[in-house]
Design a protein around this ligand. Structure first.
Ligand SMILES: [Zn+2]
Length: 331
């Protein structure tokens, strides 16, 4: 089937791969271990399975549950809160959260952040968070937990004076982080129903596309894990990208991602519909890009240089050995 794809469709798949690569750099594409397998024919749950929990603090023999009242409403979310029914509130992390983060690896990243979000976020369930908000929330939490620590950076070159600003002069504060999204171009399409409907040209089947949430990511990763990784099989090239791309859709009356995934790769699915489906999915992907705005360290220049990309790294997320703000440094 791949050979039947037009160059245009291949471009769309490449675009989807780029989205995938970015997600991976955020550490956001690993399976959520406790995700149940989607059951046959059941509709997509609108609420994720994981409920917010209270913090369990082990106090000797007694296990006491503590609720902190320091939740802050996030008003600058990349999604502008458009996909939530309630305001999203967050609080700083506590030591048990930091310990979870210090033990993060590629396999447990998403599940651990789900645990942390469950404790520290109110108003929105962890798996209901749209993906364009996930990294921003985690950066906000880091800043709220460690307000006296900068975010480290490897350095950059000033746009104007070409000064190569070294790492030790390129630390930045949370207020220098900007998350750029394509929300403005897509919000009208999602606004009315919360999802988009499109018709496939040949079969006339109706496709519903939802904004991508953490639960869609989890479902796609669970299928990859069950079908390939648990058997030590590398998925065929493009499989992961395709699965992630179609993860937020419902196909006619079918919402089971496993069934949709099998069907669209089968001989029964029309090649033209296949190409159009991929285009539709790529068209409605919400994407985000983290940008850091630096003021040139040369006092005679002060040019603002915007640097794209700031991948998640757990070793700097918990700033144990570095980046304490000095008395004289910028605010
Ligand atoms: Zn400069």
């Amino acid at each position: 089937m791949e050979n039947q794809l037009s160059p245009e469709a291949m471009d769309v798949i490449k675009k989807a791969r780029a989205v995938e690569a970015k997600l991976k750099s955020l550490g956001a594409t690993q399976a959520i271990e406790e995700m149940p397998n989607p059951s046959n024919q059941s509709p997509l749950p609108t609420e994720p399975q994981v409920k917010p929990q209270q913090v369990k603090v082990n106090t000797g023999n007694l296990e006491e549950v503590k609720e902190y009242d320091t939740f802050v409403e996030l008003t600058n979310l990349p999604s502008k809160g458009k996909f939530y029914s309630e305001p999203l509130k967050v609080q700083p992390m506590k030591v048990p959260d930091l310990i979870l983060i210090q033990g993060i690896d590629d396999d447990n990243m998403t599940s651990r952040f789900t645990d942390i979000f469950a404790r520290r976020i109110r108003g929105v369930s962890p798996l209901d968070i749209v993906l364009i908000d996930e990294y921003y929330i985690s950066l906000w939490m880091r800043n709220a937990t460690f307000p006296t620590y900068f975010f480290p950076h490897e350095g950059y070159t000033c746009n104007k004076c070409n000064f190569e600003v070294p790492s030790n002069m390129a630390e930045f504060g949370f207020n220098q982080i900007e998350v750029k999204t394509n929300l403005d171009t897509l919000i009208d399409a999602f606004e009315e129903k919360g999802f988009v409907e499109e018709e496939l040209p040949i079969s006339k089947q109706i496709i519903k596309i939802h904004p991508r949430r953490r639960i869609h990511l989890a479902r796609a990763e669970q299928i990859l894990k069950d079908n390939y990784y648990s058997k030590n099989i590398e998925p065929p090239e493009g499989t992961s990208e395709l699965l992630h791309l179609i993860s937020p859709i419902e196909f006619g009356p079918v919402s089971d991602l496993r069934k949709i995934f099998t069907y669209i790769q089968s001989d029964d699915f029309d090649p033209i519909d296949y190409v159009e489906l991929i285009k539709i999915c790529a068209k409605y992907i919400l994407t985000e890009e983290v940008v850091v705005n630096f003021n040139c360290a040369d006092p005679n220049c002060k040019e603002v240089t915007s640097i794209s990309g700031y991948p998640f790294r757990h070793e700097i997320y918990v700033p144990i050995n570095e980046n304490k703000r000095s008395e004289t440094s910028k605010d």
